[in-house]
Design a protein around this ligand. Structure first.
Ligand code: BDR
Ligand code: CA
Length: 313
């Protein structure tokens, strides 16, 4: 079974992605690392511990991540208006019993990649600070880590923070650029793919009828996420960003990919923009900014199958 570490800012779609992973026989979750994004890092840690308790999997270690960006002068953008003030649909769940391990997220990522060289997939569902810190901490990290699947970017389409940027890349653009140019085996799953994967109002009604393992819990926390999509996006459903990225790690055959250099705009009005250069022959004599290792970028997805698997699992 593929070993995975989930780097996450839970977050309602993060919660769904974590549950999908725990229910997937193809993978073994060997740890969760936390990051700011939908909530501040300390709350992300509490939520990760809480979700593992809900799942009866408190045996899985949680390592707390960075509280600050690598990008200088960046104020954290917390998406409480999408996920609720607690990140989990304003449900006021009691605090978890468990505690994070002593090791930082970056140190944990480095250690696990060393221990199981080439075998660990990181599924990164928030801003990429912890992964970039791991790259900086250990020069061999990008070789030791098996793959990094990133929910991040918006390739040749509008973003969801500003017209250019997707939220996780916008959250720490320098970190994203470090990860994308690190030479690791990176797969980006961006909005160009996840905006095709919608859990509809009707699907939610089916979940509400279900006595499946996580159905009732998810229906509670999903209300806030549905309201946001109804009001702000005029949708009769919600985007399944993080569960889609999770399934790119679990069932890669559901996606098709292109490959090229991805760079991130780290400042200015297009801060967080991801630029993909997948020309057969890259030529960039003037500035050389695409003279970097390539990454994979998902370009198509079997959306009905992803929704079906999320519902089933
Ligand atoms: C991403 O931003 C977060 O709000 C979601 O959890 C997802 O990871 C979508 O842009
Ligand atoms: Ca997320």
């Amino acid at each position: 079974r593929k070993k995975i570490i989930i780097d996450t800012d839970p977050g309602i779609d993060d919660a769904m992605a974590i549950f999908v992973a725990l229910q997937s026989p193809e993978v073994e979750v060997i740890g969760i690392t936390t990051i700011y994004g939908n909530v501040y890092t300390t709350l992300a840690t509490r939520n990760a511990l809480h979700l593992l308790e809900i799942a009866g999997r408190s045996d899985i270690p949680v390592a707390e991540g960075s509280r600050v960006t690598i990008t200088k002068g960046t104020k954290l953008r917390i998406a409480d208006f999408v996920h609720g003030a607690d990140g989990l649909g304003n449900q006021n769940f009691p605090p978890p019993q468990g505690k994070p391990i002593e090791e930082s997220a970056a140190a944990f990522l480095v250690a696990q990649a060393n221990l199981y060289a080439g075998e660990v997939t990181v599924v990164a569902l928030g801003p990429l600070t912890n992964i970039a810190l791991a790259v900086q901490l250990e020069p061999a990290f990008s070789k030791n880590i098996g793959q990094i699947v990133v929910l991040g970017g918006a390739f040749a389409m509008n973003g969801n923070v500003n017209p250019a940027a997707e939220a996780n890349v916008f959250g720490d653009p320098d970190a994203a650029d470090i990860v994308f140019t690190s030479g690791a085996d990176v797969l980006c799953v961006g909005l160009n793919v996840t905006h095709q994967v919608v859990l509809t109002d009707a699907d939610r009604d089916k979940l509400a009828q279900s006595n499946g393992r996580f159905a009732q819990y998810l229906c509670k926390i999903l209300d806030v996420y549905f309201s946001y999509h109804h009001d702000a996006c005029n949708m009769n459903g919600v985007y399944l960003h993080d569960p889609t990225a999770m399934l790119a790690a679990v069932v890669p055959s559901l996606f098709t990919y292109t490959e090229g250099v991805v760079r991130v705009q780290t400042s200015g009005i297009t801060k967080g923009l991801t630029v993909l250069d997948n020309r057969k022959k890259r030529f960039d004599e003037v500035t050389g900014w695409t003279d970097k290792p390539t990454v994979k970028v998902a370009v198509a997805v079997d959306a009905p199958e992803v929704v079906k698997l999320v519902m089933q699992r």
